[in-house]
Structures are given as structure tokens and as C-alpha cells.
Design a protein around this ligand. Structure first.
Ligand code: EPU
Length: 305
């Protein structure tokens, strides 16, 4: 396979890793055609280059909600890690924070707790990046990130574009700006309320207590499946006997059946096969076909629909 050649201005942003395992929380993933990690100043140029070269690409955020196939991938990866700016402005009792898509949700939550800014307590403990959280409308039972979002900037074939809150349609783990061809979220503006560090930390502790039933400290990608309306995928998987299941280096978490843990040596194929087996079990027992919450890169669409 011939290597792509990046223009000089992008040469620092383009690399050719043999594995993307270090970039994902499952610790698996093969070799992309190239990995592009631009900063805000060269995101438009990076996008133009990929589109101009006719290279199919996928956006990689914090790597916490994605399964990347093993081996040689048919796509390039455009990573948001370099989009890490943060701008804060205070107006009255409100705070507006504009975060580059690559800002870690955990850093943002920590800043909010330290500063006493309220409105994102429910995201504390969710891994991943702000851009990924917006694209997947990450959240918990207490709320989702869309409740705080006032504006999103995207970069696409037509350049940079700003979307106001009323132009964005949100659903359970979905955002209308995700999945647009050759487009990525570059920054997200959130509106928070001025509170106190003690009050914010108290709410963060309540949220953390709810996570005690999840396999913290293990290599997982958060919940694998979305909850079907009115039910919990974790409960359905558990009642279908999935906590007993493992394939290769992947096993269903004994703590919470909607998490798959990967051990050293696990492959994307182990994780995919195990998730498909779990989904089949739930279908056999309850007649419900669970929809994936995790995103896939380089994996045959037919397997996962
Ligand atoms: N349950 C079982 N067995 C299991 C897991 C859960 O019986 O193995 C039962 C629990 O006992 C509880 C019910 O199922 O009665 C719901 O479980 P839980 O409270 O853990 O919530 P969940 O619906 O499984 C959702 C989100 C989580 C979020 C928690 C807490 C989804 C798919 N999951 O989980 O989000 O942390 O609520 O707010 O929406 C994620 O999206 O990646 C994620 C981890």
C-alpha cells in the first residue's frame, strides 16, 4: 500500500501508526491509512487535504466509545486530540465555556468542580472528549450534555460553520450534527450556572455513587448497547445469562452486563464477537434487538445493524 504524502504544513499532524490500540479505552485497533491530529489552526486544511485526496476518514475523539477493527483499516483517522482550547466568559450568574472537541470531559468536569460551575455534574466520570460527548449526546439517567450546549462549531466540505442550539436536533445518545459526511465537530459551547465548589462537588459525589455498580478501573468502552425504550440493556443482558460469557481476551463484566472488559491480548474481533453473541442471547430470550451505543470503525456494517 503506498503511503499518503501530507503537505508540508500538515507534516507534524500526520503520522502512520501500526496500531490505534493506545488511542482507545478497549486498547484494541489496527493501522489506519494515516492518523491526522490537527490543531484548531490547521483543521480546515487537514480536512481539505483528506477530501482532496479522496481518502475516506473517520473521526476519532477520546477513544472511549468506539471499536476499531484489527489489521489494516480501509480509512484514515482524523483525531480531535489537538483541538484542546478552552475559553471561558462570565456574564451575570452564567458561565459560557467554549471547548475544543478534543478537550477531555474529565478535565472539563474537574475545572467545573474546582470553580463551582454547575450544570455538568452528571458527566463527571464519563470518559471521552467533549466533541465525542456532543456527537453521542453522552449522559446518565440524570441528564445529557445537550442540556448545557448552546452552540456547536463544525468543519466540513463547506468550511467552518456555527450551529445555534435551536438548529440542532438531539435524541437519546444522538445529535443531528453527527454522521454528516466529511464533517466533524470542532468546538462546543456550554452554558453553566455560577454555584459553589462545595455544592458542585456534593452533586458529583452523588453521581459517582451511582457508578459504583459499574466496572471502574477496567478497560471498557462504557455501555456497549443503548437502553431500549423503558428498559435497561444491562438488565436484559444480565437476565439472558451474558455475565457468564467471554471470548478470547474479552469478557462481559461480572459487575454490569452492558460493559465488555478487555484484557491484555484482546482483539477487536474478540470484543465484536462477544457483543454479537450477547445481542443474540437477548434476542432469543426477550425478542429485543439491542442497538449499539458504541461506534465502529473499519467493521462490516452488515454485522452490526
Ligand atoms: N441491571 C442488572 N444487571 C446488570 C446491570 C444492570 O440487573 O448487569 C439493572 C440494575 O440493577 C438497575 C437497571 O438494570 O435496576 C439499570 O441499571 P443502571 O442503573 O446501571 O443503569 P443503566 O440503564 O444500565 C444507564 C446509562 C449509563 C449510566 C447509568 C447511570 C445507557 C445505555 N446507560 O445505565 O451510561 O452511567 O445509566 O446513570 O444509557 C454509557 O452510556 O456508556 C453509560 C455507562
Amino acid at each position: 500500500m503506498s503511503r499518503l504524502s501530507a503537505p508540508d504544513r500538515l507534516s507534524d499532524a500526520v503520522s502512520f501508526p501500526g496500531s490505534t490500540a493506545p488511542l482507545t479505552t478497549w486498547g484494541v485497533g489496527g493501522a489506519p491509512k494515516c492518523l491526522v491530529t490537527p490543531g484548531m489552526a490547521d483543521i480546515a486544511e487537514a480536512l481539505c487535504w483528506l477530501i482532496g485526496e479522496g481518502v475516506a476518514f473517520e473521526v476519532l475523539g477520546g477513544g472511549s466509545n468506539v471499536l476499531i477493527a484489527d489489521g489494516e483499516l480501509p480509512v484514515a483517522l482524523l483525531a480531535t486530540g489537538g483541538l484542546d482550547m478552552m475559553e471561558v466568559s462570565l456574564y451575570g450568574e452564567k458561565i459560557a465555556i467554549t471547548c475544543g472537541a478534543g478537550v477531555k470531559l474529565r478535565s472539563l468536569a474537574a475545572l467545573c468542580a474546582k470553580s463551582g460551575w454547575s450544570g455538568l455534574e452528571f458527566v463527571s466520570g464519563i470518559p471521552g472528549s467533549v466533541g465525542g460527548a456532543a456527537a453521542g449526546n453522552s449522559g446518565t439517567r440524570r441528564g445529557a450534555i445537550n442540556e448545557a450546549v448552546t452552540r456547536i462549531q463544525t468543519a466540513g466540505p463547506d468550511g467552518l460553520r456555527v450551529w445555534e442550539a435551536n438548529e440542532i436536533a438531539w435524541g437519546y445518545r444522538s445529535c443531528s450534527l453527527a454522521g454528516r459526511p466529511n464533517t466533524l465537530i470542532t468546538s462546543v459551547t456550554l452554558e453553566l450556572a455560577v454555584s459553589t465548589a462545595d455544592a458542585v462537588r456534593a452533586r458529583v459525589r452523588e453521581v459517582a455513587a451511582e457508578r459504583a455498580a459499574q466496572p471502574l478501573g477496567k478497560n471498557t468502552a462504557g455501555c456497549v448497547f443503548k437502553n431500549p425504550p423503558g428498559d435497561s440493556a444491562g438488565r436484559l443482558l444480565d437476565m439472558s445469562g451474558c455475565k457468564e460469557l467471554s471470548i478470547g481476551g474479552a469478557r462481559v463484566s461480572p459487575k454490569h452486563a452492558n460493559f465488555i472488559e478487555s484484557a491484555a491480548g484482546a482483539t477487536a474481533d474478540d470484543i465484536l464477537s462477544l457483543s454479537l453473541l450477547c445481542r443474540r442471547r437477548v434476542h432469543e430470550v426477550f425478542g429485543i434487538k439491542l442497538a449499539y451505543e458504541v461506534k465502529f470503525i473499519g467493521i462490516d456494517e452488515h454485522l452490526i445493524v
